[in-house]
Design a protein around this ligand. Sequence first.
Ligand code: DX5
Ligand code: ZN
Length: 220
Amino acid sequence: MGKLAASILAADFANLGAQVALVEPHVDVFHIDVMDGHFVPPITLGGVVVKSIRPHTTRTFHGHLMIENPEAQFDDLAEAGLDVVSFHLEAVTDAGPLIRKARGGGMGVGLTINMETPVEDLFPYLDEIDDVMLMSIRPGWSGQELNPAVFDRVEAVRAELDRRGLEADVEVDGGITLENARRAMDAGASVLVAASAIFWASDPAGAARELAEIAGEGGP
Ligand code: DX5
Ligand code: ZN
């Protein structure tokens, strides 16, 4: 059964606790986009926000670090209540030591890559990680359109995981909608990330419920 991750990037930050509570019944994970103004142009969230919403839900918190020098944030984020941390392969020279450092801090660990990065670059790390997050947009902003080239990339990662008997999650992040969600699951995703499709909908809880149904019907 696949899972739904609600990315709070598109939420109303003036009412963040209420927004989390509104969609919580339908989501498995809250996806928290951490941006530093260097790896991507915008600046967003960090440990302070993770800590402030932690008491509002027991759901998994998954941090998506779009930052240079990601390891500098691991301790702060773990202490704030982050459960799983993903960082970009493009932001580091050798992911191995960082994967081990994050795990040593008590978090699950994932790697994420942009559309331009060959999926094969992830393969040396697959048996050390819990999660592969494939970007389907240019990272930095909610509300962009999914690049359908991501579906072949999902298939390639899922095939390699299967070939090696590994069970890491495969996530698609960016531009997920009710129209394309099933295609992502059929390609081999196990987690759908959605921000604007949930929080910009007139009925965010209803949108989350529908996406969660699609995710739940799919997956490996
Ligand atoms: C963008 C973020 C995504 C974003 C997705 O850099 O990593 O998680 O919030 O937003 P939507 O679902 O609106 O494309
Ligand atoms: Zn993200």
